[in-house]
Design a binder for this molecule. Structure first.
Ligand code: PLP
Length: 390
């Protein structure tokens, strides 16, 4: 007996880009003290007040099946916030609550692509994009950007890659590059989507973490609402990664199909988690700034330290919880550099190649350590890279 071809095809028998992460976890389990800067996990836990509201909801009985599309109050709140931010009419029928943004990414592709259709995404990309596309039986098409253009796709790159594709997945603020797509890039994306009749899936899970520029959702651009699906999540904005609470926003017809999918797969999100999500969203902007501010501070610390290492390059951080360090001066790939850094310095970072070929010769560093410890670790990484440079 053997697994299906479709499920075999998810990783295609090859690497899934997480080798360094798994190796670091193994070392930690064997008692080695590894400094972990490879994943997007806050250095703080979920706020105790959010946990209290989760506990209260559970004790008060929200432990049975919750409505599959999500609690109406939560869907309405997400819709209200979206409409307020974008000016685009959004009702609860445009929202389904999902177990995290990842599940929304899966549902979005599943709802708009048939088997064998081609789905585009931009390289560098979040590690699960190609595997999500493959897991629903679609074919992937990468749009490879360049470090010189700070990894923002150009009109020509977008247009030529999407002649025969049905969807285009974008992510701004971007993991791993930390870039926030500017007005011109969003315009290019929307113009190409209309020209080539594409769905746009806009992954906006980092929208509260912006230090430069302004977040623009393609859904708010003229004539885009009917072809745009938005991915949201409380994982990053509210330090709730383990609660698995996200959502998909889109045209009613797509959301109703995503509800059919959820009925047959997740059967919704626990009611007590959703209740805590309502509480979290009600804390407003101040709370979101409290969660995001440390990453802004640490990205500035990193920029200061980089002044002492002129041989190293970087992508100027505009948002998210990451920084992309260019280590091409070492002559090493991101993968071999990250492997050596882990072996010698016991520091785990993500190789750029885990996010596609455009990010080769880079490593992504998570800004997820207390400030002093972060500064000390970041300096060690820079010194290590600088000593290896030719
Ligand atoms: N999208 C991006 C760009 C991410 O970086 C992540 C997680 O790191 C996700 C989606 C999925 O987040 P979650 O499923 O925790 O909401």
């Amino acid at each position: 007996m053997k697994p299906s071809n479709r499920i075999e095809n998810i990783t295609n028998g090859g690497s899934d880009g997480w080798e360094i992460f798994y190796k670091a976890r193994k070392m930690m389990a064997s008692g080695i003290n590894v400094i972990e800067l490879s994943i997007g996990e806050h250095d703080i836990g979920t706020d105790p007040a959010i946990l209290k509201s989760m506990h209260k909801a559970a004790i008060n009985g929200q432990t049975g099946y919750a409505p599959v599309p999500g609690l109406e109050e939560l869907r309405a709140l997400i819709a209200y916030r979206t409409e307020k931010k974008t000016g685009i009419k959004t009702t609860l029928e445009n929202v389904i609550v999902t177990p995290g943004g990842q599940s929304a990414l899966f549902a979005a592709h599943m709802a708009i692509l048939d088997e064998g259709d081609t789905a585009a995404y931009i390289d560098p990309y979040y590690a699960t994009y190609p595997t999500t596309i493959r897991s629903i039986g679609a074919r992937e098409r990468r749009i490879i950007t360049s470090a010189e253009n700070y990894f923002q796709p150009t009109f020509d790159q977008l247009d030529s890659a999407t002649q025969k594709t049905k969807s285009l997945l974008i992510n701004s603020p971007n993991n791993p590059t930390s870039m926030v797509y500017n007005k011109a890039t969003i315009k290019n994306i929307c113009d190409v989507a209309k020209k080539n009749n594409l769905w746009v899936i806009s992954d906006e899970v980092y929208h509260t973490q912006i230090w430069a520029g302004k977040h623009i959702s393609p859904r708010e651009i003229d004539n885009m609402v009917e072809r745009t699906l938005v991915i949201g999540s409380l994982s990053k904005s509210h330090a709730m990664t383990g609660s698995r609470l996200g959502w998909l926003i889109g045209p009613e017809i797509i959301i109703s199909k995503a509800i059919d999918l959820a009925t047959n797969m997740t059967y919704g999100v626990p009611g007590f988690v959703q209740q805590a999500g309502i509480f979290a969203l009600e804390q407003g902007k101040k709370f979101e700034e409290k969660i995001s501010e440390p990453f802004n501070r640490r990205s500035k610390l990193a920029l200061d330290i980089l002044k002492d290492f002129p041989c190293l390059g970087h992508i100027p951080p505009q948002g998210t919880m990451y920084l992309m360090l260019n280590i091409r001066a070492t002559g090493m790939s991101g993968l071999s550099f990250a492997g050596k850094l882990l072996d010698v310095e016991k520091i785990a970072v993500m190789p750029g190649e885990s996010f596609g070929e455009a990010a080769s010769g880079h490593v992504r560093i998570s800004l997820t350590l207390e400030d002093n410890k972060f500064a000390e670790t970041f300096r060690s990484i820079c010194k290590f890279a600088s000593d290896l440079s030719l």
